[in-house]
Design a binder for this molecule. Structure first.
Ligand SMILES: Cc1cc2nc3c(=O)[nH]c(=O)nc-3n(C[C@H](O)[C@H](O)[C@H](O)COP(=O)(O)OP(=O)(O)OC[C@H]3O[C@@H](n4cnc5c(N)ncnc54)[C@H](O)[C@@H]3O)c2cc1C
Length: 412
């Protein structure tokens, strides 16, 4: 296998795609174009151990720096792909150069959604997506400082947990009526809200931030209902926008993500895409998803490489995700959207339980809180589209492993 592969982006999906191409014996040139100055790195620790200062930058790297020259993967960092010309099979870069490709893999991720409100240019207002973002935040991260976090999603709450433990005074402002509403059910939200409350984090629901005030630096955050919070610094975590513009300009099919099939193929046979920037079909759920998680970036990176190498291995896994807050590890498998029954097993007071989401008795998703066994079995069960008798599942007297084994046997 030879030819020229250009990978746009140098994040998780890109790093995996390049590594998998070499693993599968691809011998042609691979050039990876990354908008950031860093070799592909892992973002999850950015709001966890890296923010606290427990990890060095190098410990975030997806592969050691010498992996790329050793595998003859050419990195062009601090460089962006600006346009894709499908007619000539080439990309232009922001340094004016043009590169021809036989295959292009777009792994261009997403960018933080910004708050466009008065005062948004004051210093002390931060977003969190990159290593550079964290290095900037750390300068303002002092014990006693008043930190306002906008958004009670998982990034905001992970930062809240780190900050309050470092002695910052933390307020979280959220427009919705519960925490992490996009990823977990209401009962599990309540559990996390309680843990944050016990740790000293104030979470204010129904607060729509309308203005940042201050002279040159932020001093106050003002909400639409007049509620005001003093602030020495602010971190905004209100979601991600997929980077689809260059794909759209090139005429690729996009809809809140670059549309790909289960082989990571876009609407152009020579262009593939992987990771946060894509929307893909899931035959497991009979719908399309755009996912923002490491598992999806890794698996789609592998799938794109396999497709280029002539393998037809469809990507159709149950998505999974994790979040660390205090001593709580939340592991989620599947997507609970549309569930009609919720069963909780375990002890919330003990910080160890699992929430099972079912529809018509079929298990859609599991939120496992400090419950690795439920998470591991949950992966198999969700993938197998296993069904349960609700009363049995809810019966704590019944061993979960036995129930899971029986449910799996019934599907095979
Ligand atoms: C703070 C934080 C915590 C997270 N925690 C978790 C977690 O606990 N568990 C989990 O599963 N997931 C977590 N995630 C999500 C996870 O990190 C992402 O899903 C994953 O990084 C997606 O990888 P990707 O390669 O698709 O995109 P990205 O990692 O966004 O990489 C895309 C890269 O492409 C570059 N790029 C964009 N446009 C261009 C262009 N035109 N030319 C060249 N380069 C370009 C970008 O600069 C970027 O470096 C977290 C994310 C963040 C930000």
């Amino acid at each position: 296998m030879s030819g020229m592969i250009v990978i746009a982006g140098a994040g998780h999906a890109a790093g995996q795609a390049a590594a998998s191409l070499r693993q599968k014996g691809y011998e042609g040139r691979i050039i990876m174009i990354g908008g950031e100055a860093w070799v592909p790195y892992q973002r999850p620790p950015l709001s966890k151990k890296f923010l606290v200062g427990e990890l060095e930058t190098k410990q975030l790297y997806f592969k050691p720096e010498n992996f790329y020259p050793d595998k003859e993967i050419e990195l062009r960092l601090s460089t962006r792909v600006e346009t894709v010309d499908r007619a000539t099979g080439s990309v232009t870069l922001d340094n004016g150069k043009t590169l021809e490709y036989d295959k292009l893999i777009m792994c261009i991720g997403g960018r933080v959604r910004k708050l466009v409100i008065p005062g948004n240019d004051l210093s002390g207002i931060h977003y969190l997506r990159t290593i550079n973002d964290v290095l900037a935040i750390q300068k303002d991260f002092q014990a006693g400082a008043k930190l306002v976090i906008v958004g009670a999603g998982y990034v905001g709450l992970e930062v809240a947990a780190v900050a309050v433990q470092l002695g910052l005074d933390v307020t979280v402002l959220e427009t919705e009526d519960r925490a992490m509403g996009r990823v977990i059910g209401p009962e599990v939200s309540k559990f996390f809200q309680q843990r944050h409350h016990e740790a000293g984090v104030r979470i204010e629901f129904g607060r729509m931030v309308q203005e940042f005030r201050g002279d040159s630096s932020i001093t106050e955050v003002v909400c639409g209902d007049g509620y005001k919070v003093p602030a020495d610094l602010c971190i905004v975590g209100i979601g991600l926008l997929p980077n689809t513009e260059i794909a759209e300009d090139a005429g690729l099919e996009c809809d809140d993500g670059i549309m790909v099939d289960e082989y990571c193929q876009t609407s152009d046979p020579d262009i593939l895409a992987a990771g946060d920037c894509t929307r893909h079909p899931s035959s497991l759920y009979g719908r399309q998803f755009r996912l923002e998680c490491v598992q999806n970036a890794i698996e789609q990176g592998k799938t794109a490489a396999a497709t280029i190498c002539g393998e037809r291995t469809p990507y159709n896994q149950a998505p999974w995700f994790w979040s660390d807050q205090y001593d709580i590890k939340l592991q989620i498998v599947g997507v609970s959207l549309g569930y009609d029954k919720l069963v909780i097993r375990g002890d919330m007071a003990d910080n160890s339980f699992a929430a099972f989401y079912l529809r018509d008795s079929r298990l859609l998703a599991v939120d496992a809180i400090n419950s690795p066994r439920e998470f591991m079995l949950g992966k198999k069960l969700v993938t197998a589209k296993a069904s349960f008798d609700i009363a049995e599942l809810a019966d704590e007297g019944k061993d979960f492993k036995e129930l899971a084994t029986a449910a799996l046997n019934a599907t095979s």
